[in-house]
Design a protein around this ligand. Structure first.
Ligand SMILES: [Zn+2]
Length: 417
């Protein structure tokens, strides 16, 4: 049987280091064209790209979708597990590539505890226990294109070494249980590399995982201190072979994506587009050749809640080719839609943000091909403000709508003077 997944690294390292920015091509059997890396996986909630329907996805750079099983376990007996035609048809992404993993990459909530027999997932419907048997059933029923083995994720920042060791051992054991089923179904499997806050355990986890016959690896910095995770990430990545793709969780901001690319990571979680949309922000950053230098530091996003935009009759980004900007819808109108809590406001923003994140990744790939990634990354860091983008809605006065039926609804009103 031909390999369901082939990864080709297109860039040679200029130094002895195994960790360098690299271009790659992921070829899946079902796709004629390979997926070019580095690339972001499109973030979904319950199998849907938030705010968008399938028709909105046409023209957006959505090469691969991340699907979190925890979103489907809210019901005790999920209907998706009884649907006989697979997850692609269930979520109406029939011709798309779906990567299935357990956790929502932007949800690192503390869950009760995991044991050797199951891991716990905190869903809106309560805590669910996932066993290797259930995980095998998901593989069999969903038939995703790519699939991650179960991981004993630690949510406690202060976890002791004994707990971290147990997490590494347990994840390896679960991987060994998953592997025969994945091989017999022909589904490429990504192995989670664990180790949490211990560099030694991260190295051990990578070293022992690479002895297994897997198609790729996932590393995570979720739940770690944002300022000092780089050495831990390095400890996970160094032992891993360079001929297989690597996915990173927890590297979602543009700065973190660039850091990950510089360390040779190929696949990223694309939830940044969603997070910005939820904050009423439009991504406007540029990278490489497209970045026009300025004497002043620029913001990476525009806050559409800003009342000053109420009279700004221009698109979110005049150089953007997305539906929102090319139609064009103006900043003033989207500001108005947000204030009126119209769904169209977030639909237009989300489409634009997914498009822009795709453009950012394309610029990164182009920069690597040109051999200028390192200079382009320095320029990016010089040119932009790097403070965390806050919720643009902050500062608006909340009012409770007493007339609403049943539940009190918060209304945000902005005076335009
Ligand atoms: Zn746009």
């Amino acid at each position: 049987m031909a390999n369901a997944l082939t990864f080709t690294c297109l860039t040679e390292s200029a130094t002895a280091s195994k960790l360098y920015p690299r271009r790659g091509a992921l070829q899946l059997l079902k796709k004629k064209q390979p997926i070019q890396t580095p690339v972001c996986l499109t973030y979904t909630i319950r199998g849907a790209v938030p705010h968008l329907v399938v028709d909105n996805l046409a023209g957006l750079p959505t090469d691969m979708y991340h699907l979190s099983l925890e979103h489907f376990l809210e019901e005790r007996e999920p209907s998706s597990l009884k649907y006989p035609h697979g997850i692609h048809k269930y979520v109406h992404l029939e011709n798309e590539v779906i990567f299935c993993d357990m956790r929502d990459p932007q949800n690192n909530n503390f869950v009760t505890f995991n044991t050797d027999k199951h891991l716990s997932v905190d869903t809106h419907g309560g805590v669910r226990q996932v066993t290797p048997e259930l995980w095998a059933k998901v593989l069999e029923t969903y038939r995703p294109d790519l699939y991650s083995a179960m991981a004993d994720i630690i949510c406690d920042k202060d976890a002791k070494t004994k707990r971290i060791k147990r997490s590494v051992d347990r994840t390896l054991r679960w991987l060994d249980e998953c592997l025969p089923k994945a091989k017999s179904s022909g589904t490429p499997i990504f192995a989670p590399v664990m180790g949490h806050t211990s560099a030694e355990e991260r190295q051990r986890s990578s070293t022992e995982t690479m002895e297994r016959d897997v198609e790729g690896y996932s590393v995570s910095v979720l739940g770690l201190n944002q300022d000092d995770f780089a050495p831990l990430l390095q400890a996970s990545l160094e032992p891993l072979p360079s001929d297989k793709p690597k996915l990173a969780y927890g590297l979602t901001s543009p700065e973190h994506i660039l850091l990950g690319v510089s360390k040779g990571i190929d696949l990223f979680d694309g939830s940044y587009a969603y997070k910005m949309t939820e904050r009423g922000r439009a991504i406007t950053l540029k990278f490489g050749e497209k970045l026009e230098k300025s004497d002043n530091k620029q913001d990476k996003t525009v806050n559409l809640w800003n009342t000053k935009l109420a009279q700004t009759f221009e698109p979110l980004d005049t150089s953007c080719g997305c539906y929102s900007c090319s139609t064009p819808h103006t900043k003033a109108y989207i500001h108005h839609l947000l204030n009126a809590h119209e769904m169209l406001g977030t639909i237009l923003l989300m489409g634009h943000n997914v498009f822009q994140l795709g453009q950012f990744m394309e610029s990164i790939r182009h920069s690597i091909e040109k051999g200028s990634f390192s200079q382009d990354m320095d320029t990016f860091m010089e040119q932009y403000n790097h403070e965390k983008e806050l919720d643009g809605e902050q500062g608006h006065v909340d009012e409770v709508d007493a007339d609403s039926l049943g539940v009190a609804v918060k209304k945000k009103r902005t005076l335009v003077l």
